[in-house]
Design a protein around this ligand. Structure first.
Ligand code: TZP
Ligand code: MG
Length: 214
């Protein structure tokens, strides 16, 4: 299953975290630096604004052949012919999303606690977002952090690709990979970096290091 998720560095967008710089510039720089999958996640937009952003971001992602995943919006995912959709535990239920988009449409699912993988529907997921590995000011309505030990334990319980999210920085990236993450999902560590390209490049180096030491 993990082999069907070959991506290593997952940019999750947040326009606010771009600190006033052009959103599309940040995304493109991040991709140039080594981001190989992108999720559009903008909580402050209405449906029309979200769709417009998705359309523009899709053009950039297509140019670099990087998949675009849409956060919790079935209509937008369909309209822009996204490469996948991501839902959290309190979003649209994963089986409803699958019903709407079809069995072949890739769906990422956030896992907030061990019990979440006991839900039989969780098996429909393409990957699990391990949320949050570390608590983060970017998203404060979270239950509890997994920590490296929780992440490693989850790895032994599931064959799904595990995407670590939550305060992932260049400084802890290698240890999160070594603990069992297949991919790192990053908001502020890339969007707020002085050079999003350089940050992505450094993340990729740490990911390679983490893969070697695990
Ligand atoms: N889900 C769990 S933590 C998080 C999301 C969307 C935000 C991660 O942001 P950052 O800035 O990389 O800590
Ligand atoms: Mg959500």
């Amino acid at each position: 299953m993990t082999s069907q998720f070959p991506y290593r560095l997952y940019l999750v967008t947040d326009e606010l975290a771009c600190l006033g710089r052009d959103f599309y510039w940040v995304a493109e720089e991040a991709i140039k630096g080594g981001v190989d999958i992108v999720q559009l996640r903008e909580k402050k937009l209405d449906d029309r604004q979200f769709l417009q952003k998705a359309e523009k971001l899709k053009v950039i992602c297509d140019r670099y052949k990087v998949p675009l995943i849409i956060n919790d919006n079935v209509n937008v995912a369909q309209w822009v012919e996204a490469d996948g959709i991501h839902v959290g535990q309190s979003d649209t239920a994963i089986h409803e999303v699958q019903k709407a988009l079809g069995v072949d449409f890739p769906i990422g699912l956030s896992i907030e606690k061990m019990n979440d993988i006991k839900d039989p529907y969780s098996n429909l997921a393409w990957y699990y977002g391990v949320s949050p590995v570390f608590s983060t000011p970017t998203k404060t309505d979270t239950i509890a952090e997994w920590g490296l030990e929780g992440l490693s334990e989850l790895k032994t319980m599931s064959t799904k690709a595990l995407i670590a999210i939550g305060n992932i920085k260049i400084q802890n990236a290698a240890s999160v990979i070594a603990a069992g993450a297949d991919c790192l999902a990053v908001v502020s560590g890339i969007c707020s970096a002085e050079s999003p390209a350089k940050a992505a490049e450094l993340f990729r180096k740490e990911i390679d290091l983490g893969l070697k030491i695990r």
